[in-house]
Design a protein around this ligand. Structure first.
Ligand SMILES: [Zn+2]
Length: 216
């Protein structure tokens, strides 16, 4: 498994510091568990946190300046764009998948979101929701934007978004500034775990009507 799409450093830093709502924390943990590259970034961030705690009080530099200085050092060595492909362990992802995709997978309360696309809301905490998405080969999702952050982890199969392809283990980030329309590749069924903040904003009327029933 070659992981090519990682969460940004900002997400990983918040993850390392334990600053995230629990559903975002869970989906990032699922990625970090199978991604050696991100595991290293998180380890660096945790070390930075420990060093900061040690040096605060011994220095006249304000903690926030110290943090920026140290973070810049990390950032220079682990820039997202320059990250090498990460080789995760398929077995780990399979373990993760089995956590969610056990024998009752088919019995989950799936709701149809158009032909070949099913959604199932797993958890809702305040305005953050965790979803499982299941799309058949070649299915095009409705074009949409967001009212907050969205992280999508591919668990099985793959999808295109514009010219990029997201495969098992990859994370796609989106927010208010992103409008996208994932297309499942022809290779097979695609299953994703997604965490969304606020409701999605669909551009066309039909998905907006279905949205009323599904709640995404
Ligand atoms: Zn990663």
């Amino acid at each position: 498994m070659n992981i090519k799409h990682h969460p940004s450093d900002a997400w990983l830093l918040d993850f390392a510091c334990g600053n995230l709502p629990s559903l975002f924390d869970q989906i990032l943990k699922a990625h970090v568990d199978v991604c050696s590259t991100c595991k290293e970034v998180v380890r660096d961030a945790e070390r930075l946190g420990g060093e900061l705690l040690d040096t605060i009080g011994q220095s006249s530099t304000a903690p926030i300046e110290m943090c920026h200085e140290k973070y810049d050092n990390i950032n220079n060595t682990s820039d997202d764009a320059s990250r090498a492909e990460s080789t995760g362990h398929v077995a780990d992802l399979e373990k993760l998948v089995s956590t969610y995709l056990d024998s009752s997978f088919n019995a989950l309360p799936w709701k149809s979101f158009g032909e070949g696309l099913k959604l199932c809301r797993l958890i809702k905490e305040d305005n953050v929701q965790m979803w499982m998405l299941r799309g058949q080969p070649g299915v095009t999702l409705p074009v949409h934007s967001h009212k907050g952050s969205e992280l999508t982890l591919v668990m099985k199969g793959a999808y295109f978004c514009g010219s990029q392809i997201f495969q098992a283990g990859d994370i796609e980030e989106a927010d208010e500034t992103v409008e996208h329309q994932p297309v499942i590749t022809s290779g097979g069924e695609c299953i994703c775990l997604a965490v969304t903040e606020g409701q999605l904003e669909f551009k066309k009327v039909l998905p907006r009507i279905v949205q009323k029933f599904v709640g995404i």
